[in-house]
Design a protein around this ligand. Structure first.
Ligand code: NAD
Ligand code: GDU
Length: 326
């Protein structure tokens, strides 16, 4: 197939683009490089340097003809979104409306969209199924929920076949592709940067949450398993239908448990300091992924936290400075 990966220079998009090429598809990456890296675009992919806010450039790109679109391009830092809601709504909602309008104008009708666990806010119960109430507590989560709502209407009005994948916490590495956000804000890569000697210590954001050790609990998912889910989702995208799937392993780990595991994997003490809570963080997020397991046969191959952290660590040791600067 001929596939467009929007945001394919980023962490998850580059893994999916690489996996699609390995599966024999033709891949074009569309990315503004605002946060991604040119060096993360897989060899063998065509590259268009463009912004999702540029409807003309998107339409020109899509008019080459594609069998499907993966849309990863977004701003995705919960804390930053609390300070800058306008920028988040413009890029995440406006950008996706442009993607869908450009698809409609060019007759491309299968889309896989990166949604998030952040749409659920503070859940009533865990693990969280797709039927749980959606009550985001950050502008980031609200922007992704608005897109999920829009995709339902677009499926009906335009005959779009859309799948929203609501990822929980993604980590790990695949092939030569790994996590290199700048600034890095995610727990696992930050812990590993401490182990590598790039940072003196790690801050633990909040120790008074209503959890057994007082720190936040998350469901960590290997990026390799997430990538496979995208291929299943594209195959399941039926014109006129919008499907939603949660993606996680169904097991929660506290911030302290993640740090303990990173200590074991790296053999480094990883010193920590206690810090205040970070704005917009729900205490517990754990996925029920029963729906995608049952309907699409998705099965994670690397569900355990130790493997996820070990793969991220191997990548970081191979590329201690991350991707080369542009
Ligand atoms: N990392 C996670 O744990 C996680 C969890 C849930 C959902 N998600 C979602 O998955 C997607 C990918 O996440 P990631 O961690 O790979 O992020 P990332 O920042 O590494 O990748 C996003 C890519 O989109 C590009 N981009 C951003 N704004 C753009 C614009 N206006 N025009 C064109 N390109 C633009 C960036 O340059 C970057 O290459 C995001 O939509 C994010 O919200 C991520
Ligand atoms: O230096 C740090 C960094 C993080 N944390 C804590 O570690 C947990 C995980 O934080 P991450 O930043 O790694 O991940 P988030 O849960 O904030 O974010 C992820 O899940 C969100 C859904 O809630 C969004 O989808 C987002 O894109 C995705 O990166 C949180 O409790 C956070 O407070 C720390 O204690 N110290």
């Amino acid at each position: 197939m001929d596939l467009l990966v929007i945001g394919g220079a980023g962490f998850i998009g580059s893994v999916v683009a690489g996996q699609l090429l390995a599966a024999g598809h033709r891949v074009t990456v569309y990315d503004s490089l605002v946060n991604g890296h040119r060096a993360a675009i897989p060899d063998g992919a065509d590259f268009v340097h463009g912004d999702v806010l540029d409807l003309d450039a998107l339409t020109r790109t899509l008019s080459r003809g594609f069998d499907g679109v993966f849309h990863f391009a977004a701003l995705s830092l919960v804390g930053e979104s609390v300070a800058e809601p306008g920028r988040y709504f413009r890029t995440n909602i406006g950008g996706t409306v442009n993607v869908v309008e450009a698809m409609r104008a060019t007759g491309v009708n299968r889309l896989v969209f990166s949604s998030t666990a952040a749409v659920y806010g503070i859940p009533d119960c865990v693990p969280i199924p797709e039927t749980a109430p959606v009550r985001p507590i950050s502008p980031y989560g609200a922007s992704k929920l608005a897109v999920d709502t829009f995709l339902g209407f677009a499926a009906e009005a335009y005959g779009l076949g859309a799948v929203s994948l609501r990822y929980f916490n993604v980590a790990g590495a695949w092939d030569r592709f790994g996590e290199d956000h700048r600034p890095e804000t995610h727990l696992i890569p930050l812990a590993l940067q401490v182990a590598l000697g790039r940072r003196p210590h790690l801050a633990v954001f909040g120790n008074d949450y209503p959890t057994p050790d007082g720190t936040c609990i998350r469901d960590y998912l290997h990026v390799e398993d997430l990538g496979v889910a995208h291929q299943l989702a594209l195959a399941a995208a039926e014109p006129g239908t919008h499907r939603i799937y949660n993606l996680g392993n169904g097991a929660g780990f506290s911030v302290r448990e993640v740090i303990e595991t990173a200590r074991r994997v790296t053999g480094h003490p990883i010193p920590t300091v206690e810090a205040p809570r970070r704005a917009g963080d729900p205490p517990v997020l754990v996925a029920s992924s029963e729906r995608i397991r049952e309907e699409l046969g998705w099965q994670p191959r690397k569900p355990d936290l130790e493997t996820i952290i070990a793969d991220a660590w191997a990548w970081m040791q191979a590329y201690p400075q991350g991707y080369p600067d542009e």
